[in-house]
Design a binder for this molecule. Structure first.
Ligand code: MN
Length: 280
C-alpha cells in the first residue's frame, strides 16, 4: 500500500487508478500533550487492515494534488553518514567533499540528526541558502518507523518499520558538523509516498538513482549498504527511542554532485516510485 500526504492536511492512498482520500479515517485532533512522534503515522499500523479494505473513498487524479512530505512531523530525521563504500572513497578523493577530514566508517562516526525544520515534500523546492558554497544532492532510501523501538535487536528491527520512501539528504559541503550543514531549511526532501513494508520483501535489493536535468549522476543498489536497515535500527535505537514517524535516511551511494538554481532533480527507487524536485 502507498500512503501519501497531500494538499497540506489530507492523507491519501495511491492505487493504479490514482488517489483515494482517506483523511476521514484518521483522527486529526490530538490532545495536548501530544505523544512523541508523528500523530498520524502513530495511527497507521493499526489502521492498515481497514485502509486496505477501504473502497468508498473520494477519488482524485494524482496530478491534481500537491504531494507533501508523507510524514508531517517526524520526531527525528536520522542520517547515516558513510554507508556506501564507493561514496566514502569519492569523498576522500575530493577535498571539496571531505574538507580536510578523512572519512572512515559509520561505526566510528555514529549517526547525525537533521533538523525537522529542514523537511519538505516533492511539490516544494530545495532553496539554496548559500549560493557561494557547494550544495550536493544525496539520494537515499528512507525508512519510516511505525512502532516505537528502544534497544531493538537487528532480528526484531524490521517489525518496527512502517515503510519506505525516497529521501534527499541535501548537504552544504564545508567544515561544520554534518547535522548543521544538512539541516538548512528545505534540505530534507521526503516523498513521494510511503510504500508499506509488506510490499518490499527485501529493502536491500532496490536500485536507486538520481538524475539532474536529465543527466544520470547517481546510480546504485541498496545492496551495497554497509549497515543494512535492521542494523541501522539496532544502532540508532541503542542510543535513542525511535518513535512512529521517525525517519532514517540510510546513506547515499557514490555520484554526489553540486546543484544550481533552476536544476531539476529526478530521484527514483525501485518499487517505491520517483519524484522530481526543483532547485531554486
Ligand atoms: Mn546522506
Amino acid at each position: 500500500m502507498k500512503i501519501c500526504r497531500f494538499n497540506r492536511d489530507r492523507i491519501g492512498l495511491i492505487d493504479e487508478r490514482g488517489l483515494l482520500d482517506a483523511t476521514e479515517l484518521l483522527d486529526r485532533r490530538p490532545a495536548w500533550p501530544l505523544p512523541a512522534g508523528d500523530w498520524i503515522v502513530r495511527q497507521i499500523p493499526d489502521l492498515l487492515p481497514r485502509l486496505r479494505l477501504a473502497r468508498d473513498l473520494p477519488r482524485l487524479p494524482l496530478d491534481s494534488v500537491r504531494l507533501d512530505s508523507p510524514v508531517a512531523n517526524p520526531g527525528k530525521i536520522i542520517g547515516a553518514p558513510l554507508n556506501y563504500r564507493a561514496h566514502i572513497e569519492e569523498a576522500n578523493a575530493q577535498p571539496a567533499i571531505s574538507h580536510g577530514k578523512t572519512f572512515t566508517s559509520l561505526d566510528q562516526l555514529g549517526l547525525f540528526l537533521k533538523a525537522g525544520s529542514s523537511l519538505v515534500g516533492p511539490s516544494e523546492e530545495v532553496r539554496l541558502r548559500f549560493p557561494d558554497r557547494r550544495t550536493d544532492h544525496e539520494v537515499e532510501l528512507a525508512v519510516v518507523i511505525g512502532r516505537e523501538a528502544r534497544c531493538i535487536s537487528r532480528q526484531r528491527a524490521l517489525d518496527h518499520v512502517l515503510g519506505y520512501c525516497i529521501g534527499l539528504d541535501m548537504t552544504v559541503r564545508g567544515p561544520e558538523m554534518p547535522g548543521y550543514r544538512k539541516s538548512v531549511d528545505t534540505y530534507a526532501v521526503l516523498g513521494p509516498w510511503i510504500v508499506t513494508a509488506d510490499e518490499i520483501d527485501d529493502p536491500h535489493a532496490l536500485e536507486l538513482s538520481l538524475d539532474v536535468n536529465g543527466e544520470r549522476r547517481q546510480r546504485s543498489s541498496t545492496r551495497y549498504m554497509i549497515f543494512d536497515v535492521a542494523r541501522l535500527i539496532e544502532y540508532a535505537s541503542s542510543f535513542y527511542t525511535l518513535h512512529p514517524g521517525d525517519v532514517i535516511m540510510t546513506g547515499t551511494p557514490e555520484g554526489v554532485s553540486q546543484v544550481f538554481p533552476g536544476d531539476l532533480m529526478h530521484a527514483r527507487i525501485e518499487r517505491i516510485g520517483e519524484m522530481r524536485v526543483r532547485v531554486a
